[in-house]
Design a protein around this ligand. Structure first.
Ligand code: CA
Length: 501
């Protein structure tokens, strides 16, 4: 543990030195427009490692499974353990501290808030993937959850998106766009093209987001430029909600409990070649069989709703895929799918202040779970199964918080259905997509210096030119979260576990 303490002490004492990873700029000239692929970047919220069928899950995700079959699964892909830090890295390719989002606004200690690295919103010293693609000749669209700042200079239009409709907070209700999920803000902040948006009185979030994306793509179908679509779902962030008929399809599926599900998922992930066979798992959940029948029934229903929320999101992706096929764009579109962090184990009803507020806003009646006006979360037991076979969850710097599914499909020259097991990181996505578009990240932008990506392009790996993204013996890749810390050094991950206050 001495070595761990030293490593973490070094990380905290000298972050700039540790963060000074080499850039991975593409040196190629911009490719002709006809050769540049469309790009669809899909972000799921709070999905665990094995929530996707192609990663070992039992939830019906045929569209994600099809992308996995057409593309590459990354078995050891890492993000931040919480939302906006990952999104800041995803959109810039730059370590989240340098990008200004060392922690979420909702969790940052006040002693850090507003200090360099802890603005909790995008720093002016970074440029986004969207800005560079737009400048490189792409049409750019953003729909869904934003969460990296709602200052005028940080809204999507100011950050490179030609069209946008976003929810700028950490989450919101999935049936009523004006309903907050916790009393963290005065209201839900929606923006359309950087102006306050007029939202419908009711909707279902995943369907609404895909509807809007399809509208833009149809309206702009005649335009010759390739497009970049950033599609950031609220699924499966709390409150976990889904259409009733989708929930009914999972009735009884989870009655055997979370320990059984966790083992089933581990075995399937091993059979798919994603994790070693027979990998032991750390015990971390309450004994299912020791629960009362009423508690088991309530817990099982929560997971039925969760599965339905995920499968509904997948079905919405199916509508997007179908339209791209019908318009002839599918064969020249690259898809990237990831989760922004691991599964969410915390339950707001366990926090007194949240419970009191929720009691005035929502019901927990088992027969209404998932529907409008009902609120639920999956809690530690099911989150452990969602992260299977990994330990811990969102907000923790263990693998269950940091390691999530990544699928990249449609890259010309890539082999179908492959599993890549080497270490990859969310900062690799922007360099990869800029590489595909033939755009070189600049050192200055808008007259000011900007940080260049700390991640690496995955194109050589996707095309089979190499089997490793980072050279052995390179700088350790760090993920640190307040109040949890982790250091990934070679094949080892060191982390400190501490409950949030
Ligand atoms: Ca999240």
């Amino acid at each position: 543990m001495v070595a761990l303490g030293l490593a973490l002490g070094l990380a905290l004492a000298a972050p700039s030195a540790v963060l000074a990873a080499s850039a991975s700029a593409s040196a190629s000239d911009p490719a002709p427009t006809a050769q540049r692929p469309n790009i669809v970047l899909i972000v799921a919220d709070d999905w665990g490692y094995s929530d996707v069928g192609a990663f070992g899950g039992e939830i019906a995700t045929p569209n994600l499974d099809a992308l996995a079959a057409e593309g590459t699964r990354f078995a050891s892909f890492h993000v931040s353990g919480e939302c906006s830090p990952t999104r800041a890295m995803l959109l810039t390719g730059v370590d989240n501290h340098r990008a200004g989002v060392g922690a979420m606004r909702e969790t940052v200690p006040w002693s850090h808030y507003g200090k360099p690295g802890y603005l909790t919103v995008l720093d002016r010293g970074v440029v986004t993937l969207a800005s560079l693609l737009r400048d490189g000749g792409y049409r750019t669209y953003a729909v869904g959850k934003w969460h990296v700042g709602r200052e005028p200079h940080n809204l999507p239009g100011a950050r490179g998106f030609g069209r946008s409709l976003v929810q700028a907070d950490s989450g919101s209700d999935n049936w009523d766009p004006r309903q907050r999920y916790l009393a963290l803000t005065d209201k839900v902040h929606w923006y359309e093209d950087d102006r306050e948006a007029r939202m419908p009185r009711e909707y279902y979030s995943s369907r609404f987001f895909v509807d809007r994306a399809l509208d833009w793509l149809r309206a702009d179908a005649a335009r010759p430029e390739p497009f970049f679509l950033y599609l950031a779902f609220q699924a499966n962030h709390i409150p976990v909600q889904a259409p009733r008929d989708a929930i009914a399809r999972y009735r009884g599926r989870y009655d055997a409990g979370w320990e059984r599900l966790r083992a089933e998922r581990r075995d399937r992930a091993a059979a798919l070649g994603l994790v070693p066979a027979g990998a032991p798992m750390a015990p971390q959940a309450a004994d299912w069989d020791a629960l009362s029948p009423q508690d088991r029934a309530h817990h099982a229903r929560r997971m039925e709703v969760y599965a339905a929320m995920a499968s509904t999101m997948d079905a919405e992706l199916g509508r997007l895929r179908a339209q791209l096929r019908a318009s002839g764009e599918y064969g020249r579109t690259v898809f990237v799918f990831l989760s922004d962090n691991g599964a969410e184990a915390s339950d707001p009803y366990d926090i007194l202040a949240a419970r009191l507020w929720l009691a005035t806003q929502y019901t927990r009646d088992i027969d209404r779970l998932g529907g409008p006006g009902a609120y639920t979360a999956i809690g530690e037991g099911w989150a452990g199964a969602a992260a299977s076979p990994l330990a811990t969850w969102k907000f923790y710097a263990g693998e269950g918080g940091l390691r999530v599914p990544l699928i990249i499909a449609g890259v010309p020259g890539a082999q179908d259905g492959r599993v890549f097991k080497g270490f990859t990181h969310v900062t690799d996505i922007t360099p990869t997509l800029l590489d595909l578009a033939g755009v070189t990240p600049p050192a200055t932008y808008g007259g000011r210096p900007v940080a260049t990506p700390t991640g690496k392009s995955l194109l050589p790996v996707l095309r089979g030119a190499t089997d490793r993204v980072r050279a052995p013996g390179g700088r350790p890749m760090l993920a640190w979260l307040l109040p949890a810390l982790a250091s990934i050094v070679g094949a080892w991950i060191f982390w400190r576990r501490r409950r949030r206050a």
